[in-house]
Ligand binder design. Structure first.
Ligand code: F6R
Length: 252
């Protein structure tokens, strides 16, 4: 899963060195970031012109906190790649004027030319970013209250539920949907139900990842476990095989 996702990102950056990437945190993209770092070190993958915008950050958690998404991104990717510090953007959970910050974040994405590729994980409740059930499918970057299930899931990183921030600044579903390409990752049996509901269920604000069904260019990269309950999984595997054959034939 990680290798496939890293190859998609590398292809994007190689075809457009000044790509604008939307990035995710959490346990799911860790392997992908590791693979990108390896490709940078061993294969010369160059991020010097890349611009990045992260999906989300906990509210009122200092960027230097070990569990902040700032820390996560610098430890797992930015410190190991050749990005220019000025080309990195992560929501500021410490912003005084939150609404102003969120509007400005949207504007900065637009001024950068929009997101070429947005990487996503998925929560067990079907969230993308921190767009919890009930988030408008047209939502923009804003302050969001985390769902109980998300607080519980993230307690493992904080050494207890009590320590987990209850609010986060997140890109909205509408913001994410404007990216030119979406790549959503999921691994493990714990994500199988969310994956099934987002891909094969109805489009609903109760499962914000289901909005992806309306996007013209989405790739969902899953391992066997996360795909295990998909009704049409054999067909999806067949489609992938056909696409590979077609690519080999026409040389794209
Ligand atoms: C992280 C994010 C979240 C996570 C999701 C899954 O930036 O926006 O949507 O992708 O909560 O988290 P993990 O990968 O830890 O299971």
């Amino acid at each position: 899963m990680s290798r496939t996702a890293a190859l998609i990102i590398a292809k994007q950056v190689r075809s457009k060195p000044a790509s604008v990437l939307g990035l995710a945190t959490g346990s799911t993209p860790l392997g992908t970031y590791k693979e990108l770092v390896r490709m940078h070190a061993k294969e010369g993958l160059d991020f010097s012109e890349v611009r990045t915008f992260n999906l989300d950050e906990y509210f009122r958690l200092n960027p230097s906190h070990p569990q902040s998404y700032h820390t996560f991104m610098f430890e797992n990717l930015f410190n190991r790649m050749n990005l220019k510090p000025g080309n990195i953007a992560i929501p500021d959970g410490m912003a005084e004027n939150v609404e102003g910050f969120c509007m400005d974040y949207e504007l900065r994405i637009r001024l950068a030319g929009g997101l070429d590729l947005q990487l996503l994980g998925i929560g067990r409740d079907g969230h993308i970013g921190f767009n919890e059930p009930g988030s408008s499918l047209g939502s923009r970057t804003r302050l969001k209250t985390l769902a109980e299930e998300t607080v519980r899931d993230n307690a493992r990183f904080f050494g207890g539920k009590k320590e987990v921030p209850r609010l986060a600044i997140t890109m909205g579903v509408g913001t994410i949907m404007e990216a030119r390409k979406l790549v959503m990752l999921a691994s493990g049996v714990g994500k199988a139900d969310a994956v099934k509901r987002s891909i094969e269920g109805p489009i609903t604000a109760q499962v914000t990842a289901s909005a992806l069904q309306l996007h013209p260019s989405v790739t969902v990269v899953v391992d066997e476990e996360a795909a295990s309950t998909l009704r049409h999984r054999r067909y999806y595997a067949y489609v992938e095989k056909m696409a590979e054959e077609y690519e080999a034939e026409v040389g794209i």
